[in-house]
Design a protein around this ligand. Structure first.
Ligand SMILES: [Fe+2]
Ligand SMILES: [Fe+2]
Length: 379
């Protein structure tokens, strides 16, 4: 049954002979003459330490990496000698422009220095000081349920794509590995907080999950990154900022501040990636707009689902009475307005200013703005 390998090392005469000679002290030593670049590498900033940017030299570097990686489709690290016989891993993504972002290596370094621990960095014991009204606890448990759903997909998706990337994109792969850990920690922290409300988890959201599945099913890295890093996580970043603001306790404010620093980094990568694509491949503009049509549909479906909007209104208004709801609805509209405005601002930064006029999400923004004007909140 040849299912794992096509090479039988136990029966390979050359390999067995070489092994036997090694054991008798007859060494091959051909690897000592590897035809690779010999370079000098030092930390440019000794306080910061030795960074990926310090390694950006010659064939080891990322600046001079060819746009299309044809010569290496194996596990060989960028810069190593590539002898015959390396396996072809058939990576799905071999084009630098499909995955690269300005400052990719910097995002990785930042992620490594800013890791935190959901078990001990949130002052869980202080929750005992607070007694929250029933409807606030229920609404909060529902918001946390939604957030846990979202964080799960944000963990799965980069994990799935990492192995599809050519190994030459080591900085991107490492960054994605940090994202997987960040998102796993977000799933953990929101699950822990939901279970400490005393109400446990509440209701899963079909509308939200159908939207999330569209991110999972993206059939190119570019499509996935637009949906996840730029749009989805951008929406979530604004959501975290407002969630900090409407949080029922100081413990929650601390929790949201911690998740926000990770989320800002993921969105940063998404923006810098799209900026890179627009700068290097302006011909992709039309395709990007088509992707954004789909992405905005899922944002609208998930982000505006009843399971997230209603708890948000109750938390923002601090109760279920009529006046609470009215106040909560105003704050929620301001939040949704901000969410969409920030989304368009990110696209502006990438050189997609025309998106506003093409987008159905822009109609939602105008409707929200009109409602706020009617309510006297906006002039
Ligand atoms: Fe997250
Ligand atoms: Fe994220």
């Amino acid at each position: 049954m040849a299912y794992l390998s096509t090479v039988d090392f136990f029966a390979d005469k050359n390999f067995l002979d070489r092994w036997q000679r090694n054991l008798k002290g007859d060494l091959d030593l051909s690897w000592m003459k590897a035809k690779t670049e010999k370079i000098t590498v030092t930390a440019e900033n000794t306080r910061r330490g030795l960074t990926f940017r310090d390694l950006d030299k010659g064939g080891y570097g990322f600046t001079d990496m060819p746009e299309l990686i044809r010569q290496n489709r194996s596990f060989a690290p960028r810069g190593a000698e590539l002898p015959d016989g390396l396996p072809d891993l058939q990576p799905a993504v071999n084009q630098k422009g499909e995955v690269w972002a300005y400052n990719t290596e910097g995002y990785y370094e930042e992620a490594m220095t800013r890791q935190w621990n959901a078990t001990v960095d949130v002052p869980w014991h202080e929750l005992a000081k607070y007694e929250l009204p029933d409807e606030i606890s229920r609404a909060y448990a529902q918001l946390l349920t939604f957030l846990t759903e979202v964080e799960m997909i944000a963990t799965d998706v980069p994990a799935e794509w990492m192995g599809k990337l050519n190994n030459s994109f080591v900085e991107v792969k490492n960054f994605m590995a940090t994202q997987v850990v960040d998102e796993a920690r977000h799933t953990e922290v929101f699950r822990k907080r939901a279970l400490t409300t005393g109400y446990g988890l509440m209701k899963a959201s079909p509308q939200n999950e159908v939207g999330l599945k569209l991110i999972r099913d993206a059939d190119s890295f570019a499509e996935m990154s637009l949906a996840l890093h730029l749009a989805g996580e951008g929406f979530v970043l604004t959501l975290f900022r407002f969630s900090e603001y409407i949080s029922p306790t100081e413990v929650d404010k601390k929790m949201f501040r911690l998740v926000m620093q990770d989320e800002a980094r993921h969105v940063g990568y998404g923006v810098q990636h799209l900026k890179w694509v627009m700068r290097h491949f302006p011909e992709k503009r039309e395709m990007i707009h088509k992707h954004l049509d789909e992405v905005e549909n899922l944002l609208f479906g998930g982000g505006y689902a009843v399971e997230v909007t209603e708890p948000f209104i109750i938390l923002a208004g601090k109760g279920l009475k009529k006046e609470n709801i009215a106040q909560g609805a105003k704050i929620t509209m301001l939040f949704q307005l901000k969410q969409v405005e920030e989304y368009f601002e990110r696209l502006d930064k990438c050189g997609l200013e025309e998106r506003r006029q093409m987008s159905k999400l822009h109609n939602a923004l105008e409707l929200t703005r009109a409602s706020l004007q009617e309510a006297g909140v906006l002039a």
